[in-house]
Design a protein around this ligand. Structure first.
Ligand code: SAH
Length: 352
C-alpha cells in the first residue's frame, strides 16, 4: 500500500498522523504551515532527526518539480510543465494581472471528457490528482515564480468535477488560514457541465466562482463538439446554474470559444442570447450573465480554426444588444502554448 501523503492531509489528519507516531498533537500545528509554504519535511529542523526519519518512513512528501518552464515575452505569463512523484506531468500557468497573480492549475492527468477542440483530452484520462498534488501546483508555482499567488483558477488539464472529492478537499486546504489562506472568492472552477456535481458543489457552501464551458448555443452544435452534452443538455445545465446562483449568490461566467464555421455565426449569437436569457432569468430576477469569448487556440490535431476578428466583434455586439455582457478574452501567453494540454502533449511527443 502506498504511504499517506503529507500535503493531502488536513490539520486534523496530520494530528492523527502524529498521534499514531506517539507524538503530541501540537506537532501538526508546527508542520502544517511549513508544508504549505513548500518546505521539505526532511529539512524541518523543529523536529529531531529521529522524528524526521520516522515521518519519512510513515508518509510521502513530494512537490511538483519544474520539468519545463516557458515565459511569455509578450505579457510575462509563465507556463510550467510539472512532474509528479510517479513521473506523470501536468501544466500550471501563472498569469499576471494588474490586481495580482493568479495560478491556473490542472485537476487530472489527461481528461476523459472528449471535447473536440481540446488538447488535454487527446490521450484520455490517466489518473486523478490528489489534494496534495493540486495544492502542490499552487505552492510550487508561487515558489518558483517568486510571486505571491492571490487567486486560483481550476482551468488547466482535466475536468475538476470529475475529480470531485479531491478538488473539494483541496479547496479547503488552500483556504486554510494556517496555510496559503486564499479566499474562496478568489478561486474559480471551470467545468464542461457535469450537472449532478454542480448540485453537489452548491451544497458545499463554498463561495467560489463557477465558470461554465458552454461553447455552443444549442444541443446539436454542443453535442457535436462536447460529448458531455449528450448526457446533460443545455437546458439542464442552465437550470443547474440558476440553482447554483440562487443558493450561493455567486455569479457564474460562461466560456465560449469561437471556432470558425462551427459556432460563430450571427444567428448562433442570437440563439445563445435567447438560450441564456430564457434558461437563466425569470421576469423577476436579473441574474447577471457574462460570456467570455475566446478565439479557439488552434491545436494541430483538431483542425479547428479561429474566427476572424470581425466575426468575433459581431458576435459580442449581438450578445450585448440582447442583454448579455460579453468580453473578448485577452489571450495571455499566446507565444508559449499556454492553452490547456498543449505543453504536456508537445513534451510527450518529444516536440520540446
Ligand atoms: N474541464 C474544464 C476545465 C479545463 S479547460 C472545463 O471544461 O471547463 C479550460 C477552458 O479552456 C475550458 O473552457 C475549455 O473548453 C477551454 N479550451 C480547451 N481547449 C481550448 C482551445 N483549443 N481553445 C480555446 N479554449 C479551449
Amino acid at each position: 500500500m502506498s504511504k499517506p501523503e503529507l500535503l493531502s492531509m488536513t490539520k486534523e489528519e496530520l494530528e492523527a498522523f502524529f498521534g499514531a507516531l506517539g507524538e503530541p498533537s501540537y506537532r501538526a500545528a508546527q508542520m502544517f504551515p511549513l508544508l504549505h509554504r513548500g518546505d521539505d519535511p526532511a529539512d524541518m529542523t523543529c523536529f529531531s532527526k529521529p522524528l524526521r526519519a520516522k515521518i519519512a518512513e510513515a508518509a510521502a512528501w513530494h512537490l511538483p518539480q519544474v520539468e519545463k518552464k516557458l515565459v511569455s515575452q509578450i505579457d510575462g505569463t509563465v507556463k510550467y510543465l510539472f512532474s509528479l512523484a510517479d513521473g506523470n506531468c501536468v501544466e500550471s500557468v501563472v498569469m499576471k494581472y494588474k490586481y495580482g497573480n493568479t495560478v491556473c492549475i490542472s485537476s487530472q492527468v489527461g481528461c476523459r471528457m472528449g471535447c473536440k477542440f481540446c488538447a488535454s483530452t487527446i490521450g484520455g484520462r490517466v489518473r486523478d490528482l490528489t489534494p496534495g498534488e493540486l495544492l502542490g501546483q499552487v505552492i510550487a508555482a508561487g515558489r518558483d515564480s517568486g510571486e505571491r499567488i492571490g487567486g486560483i483558477v481550476l482551468m488547466g488539464i482535466g475536468e475538476p468535477l470529475d475529480n470531485y472529492a479531491n478538488v473539494v478537499k483541496f479547496l479547503h486546504l488552500v483556504n486554510s488560514p494556517d496555510g496559503l489562506n486564499i479566499g474562496y472568492r478568489h478561486i474559480s472552477l471551470s467545468t464542461c457541465g457535469l450537472v449532478p456535481k454542480i448540485y453537489d458543489l452548491q451544497k458545499e457552501d463554498l463561495p467560489i466562482t463557477l465558470s461554465i464551458s458552454l461553447h455552443a448555443p444549442d444541443d446539436e452544435t454542443r453535442s457535436a463538439i462536447m460529448p458531455v452534452n449528450r448526457s446533460y443538455g443545455i437546458r439542464e445545465l442552465l437550470a443547474a446554474c440558476r440553482s447554483y446562483f440562487a443558493t450561493t449568490g455567486r455569479r457564474i461566467s460562461f466560456e465560449y470559444t469561437l471556432i470558425a464555421g462551427k459556432n460563430d455565426s450571427p444567428e448562433q449569437a442570437k440563439k445563445l442570447a435567447r438560450a441564456l436569457n430564457s434558461g437563466l432569468r425569470t421576469r423577476t430576477d436579473t441574474m447577471p450573465i457574462h460570456v467570455n469569448l475566446i478565439p479557439v487556440n488552434e491545436v494541430k490535431e483538431t483542425g479547428f480554426r479561429q474566427s476572424d476578428r470581425a466575426a468575433v466583434k459581431k458576435f459580442a455586439a449581438i450578445l450585448e444588444e440582447n442583454g448579455v455582457r460579453a468580453t473578448v478574452r485577452r489571450t495571455l501567453g499566446s507565444d508559449i502554448n499556454a492553452s490547456c494540454g498543449q505543453l504536456r502533449r508537445a513534451n510527450a511527443e518529444g516536440r520540446i
